[in-house]
Design a protein around this ligand. Structure first.
Ligand code: URA
Length: 277
């Protein structure tokens, strides 16, 4: 294939990946426009491969440009991946271990579409830990959580209560950007859960703040909406570990609904008071 076709194929696949396409349903590209109209209506649609047999999009770039496919193993089925994640997370004795384990972990397909692991930012000995949902585009590029628009707002919210971003510890439930910024699936969240649980255990903060409903639901088991649960002191439990925890609005939501900032302000004042106490 000529180099400009190769580039066009790569650009197209990158576009698909950014739009959220992360599975292959056929081995060969099919030019549907070239098929006679009758065949288009009569031919049965090719059956999609079962999920376990589908290959990550990263491999289709190679087949589209006729290059030998790189040896990337298909991710294991979700239950196996959750078990593998639990086993792997348990082995981390330090945060550095945990980061290294996550860098090697192949059980979550998000790692194949993300540019890099977004592990954490801030002080690993912080008394305040904040957990968001998943990295976005800027975070994926920089490899740090909350560095995009919502991160800038989070920095301002912390500053408003006299705290610098580097004095807290910031992480996400899912440490890889979902393609096209889609929500992480339940399976992806379950696979990543043992890692964030271990991360919280190793930081052992005095206060845990869940930014947005997905974080609060995953870590605190709350099922009500964030407008109902925000500002309430709850308990984060993981084995014998108990930490005071509060759900609050996600900064991305506050960017869309600035009137809610007054409630977030109340939450942050309560957090400041709790840290002083
Ligand atoms: N939103 C999140 O939940 N986490 C980030 O790191 C950035 C945006």
């Amino acid at each position: 294939m000529a180099p400009d076709h190769e580039k066009a194929a790569r650009d197209l696949l990158r576009f698909y990946a950014d739009a959220g396409v992360d599975a292959l349903v056929g081995e060969e590209p099919v030019d549907r426009f070239a098929e006679p109209a009758a065949a288009q209506t009569q031919a049965p649609a090719p059956a999609a491969a079962p999920l376990a047999e589908r290959r990550p999009l990263a491999m289709t770039a190679a087949s589209a440009s006729r290059m030998p496919a790189p040896a990337i193993a298909a991710p294991p089925p979700p239950e196996e991946a959750v078990m593998a994640a639990r086993e792997a997370a348990k082995k981390a004795a330090t945060l550095d271990d945990l980061r290294a384990i996550l860098e090697r972990f192949e059980g979550c397909a998000l790692r194949t579409t993300a540019k890099r692991l977004v592990f954490a930012d801030g002080d690993p000995k912080a008394r305040l830990m904040l957990v968001g949902e998943a990295p976005g585009r800027e975070e994926d590029i920089e490899g740090l959580p909350f560095v995009g628009r919502s991160g800038k707002l989070l920095d301002l919210m912390l500053k408003a209560i006299g705290i610098d971003r580097m004095q807290v510890y910031i992480a996400n439930i899912v440490p890889w950007r979902p393609p096209g910024n889609r929500d992480p699936s339940l399976h992806e969240t379950s696979i990543c859960l043992p890692f964030i649980q271990r991360q919280i255990e190793l930081v052992d903060p005095q206060i845990l703040v869940c930014l947005g409903k997905p974080s609060a639901a995953t870590l605190l088991g709350v099922t009500d909406g964030i407008r109902k649960t925000r500002g309430r002191w709850l308990t984060y439990r993981n084995g014998a570990n108990e930490i005071r925890a509060m759900p609050t609005f996600h900064p991305a939501y506050l960017l869309r609904s600035p009137l809610e900032k007054r409630f977030a302000w109340r939450d942050f004042l309560a957090i400041k008071k709790a840290l002083a106490g």
